[in-house]
Design a protein around this ligand. Structure first.
Ligand code: ZN
Length: 301
């Protein structure tokens, strides 16, 4: 016992991340995984700098781009905050310009109905107001276009989707969505798709009612200790071992201030198990490969 305790003091966080078990991770085809960020608060200089630094680290470590889905400055709450802290829209744009050197910038929608200045209600199943959500998507995507950004990846705020939102995203040219998390539930406890309307996590599918948007499902945030991340991953890694599976991890931009060490250790964990994982930023080539798999499946039906 005493000998064991003597050894334990040498097992630091970092060394634990290197000995985390890889049970059940043996696959004949890898899991293709991306890391996505729900980016909401880069008006805060500390969070912005943490995200920029982390993006450089991620690119250097993996050779892939971090998927950063962000608000435009026309998101009503973002707009209210940047006005109140005195940040100029041009400065917000500069921050996005710096981030895109290392990231793939997508869009993160949180939709609000303005009650009065500084007071906003959430658009969700209990307060649908699709016209407001669609109007906001058009406005924000207009801002992205006018400022030289062409987001093609989407993550829903509060994981909330409805048919009108999906159709508008398709009309705006979005190619990929990461809004289905493994539980299928959004933050309000509702489901956009029931179990029989979606495939298991790992299998991409076309997000209905769109004809083109590829759904890559989200597993969980890499904010736990890598040992725990290894345990949580087990259930997904055992699925479809003889074919490629696809999923993303998710985190918030502000998570970096609290869980930086856990997130980095989780990335090291994934990059270490090269035979089990293939890091991806779901670029055009990857999406074409997924489309071809989906076409073949359709032809077999
Ligand atoms: Zn969000």
């Amino acid at each position: 016992m005493l000998r064991m305790m003597r050894n334990i003091k040498y097992i630091t966080f970092e060394t634990l991340s290197k000995v985390a078990p890889l049970k059940g991770f043996d696959r004949s085809e890898p899991a293709v995984v991306g890391f996505s960020v729900h980016c909401e608060k880069i008006y805060d200089g500390v969070i912005y700098r943490a995200l920029l630094q982390f993006s450089k680290y991620f690119f250097g470590m993996t050779g892939k781009r971090l998927i950063v889905c962000t608000h435009s400055p026309l998101n009503p709450v973002t707009q209210y905050v940047i006005k109140n802290i005195g940040l100029k829209e041009a400065e917000y744009k500069e921050r996005l310009d710096s981030l895109r050197e290392f990231c793939d910038l997508g869009y993160h929608g949180h939709f609000y109905r303005k009650k009065k200045e500084g007071e906003y209600s959430t658009i969700n199943e209990y307060s649908p107001h699709s016209d407001v959500a669609v109007g906001q998507i058009r406005q924000e995507c207009g801002w992205f276009r006018d400022n030289g950004f062409t987001p093609r990846k989407y993550i829903a705020g509060w994981w909330y989707l409805n048919k009108d939102i999906v159709l508008e995203l398709e009309a705006q040219g979005f190619e990929t969505d990461f809004s289905m998390r493994c539980s299928g539930k959004d933050t309000f406890g509702c489901k956009y798709l029931q179990e029989d309307e979606r495939l298991p996590v790992g299998d991409p599918f076309i997000l209905p009612p769109s004809k083109r948007i590829i759904e890559i499902q989200t597993v969980f945030g890499p904010t736990s200790h890598p040992y725990r991340v290894g345990q949580l991953l087990g259930r997904f890694m055992r699925y479809g071992k003889d074919r490629k599976i696809y999923f993303v991890f998710s985190m918030h931009d502000w998570d970096l201030l609290i869980f930086d060490r856990e997130i980095r250790a989780s990335i090291e964990f994934v990059t270490r198990a090269r035979e089990s994982f293939q890091l991806s930023d779901f670029n055009v080539n990857e999406l074409d490969a997924i489309r071809s798999i989906l076409r073949k499946k359709r032809n077999h039906l």
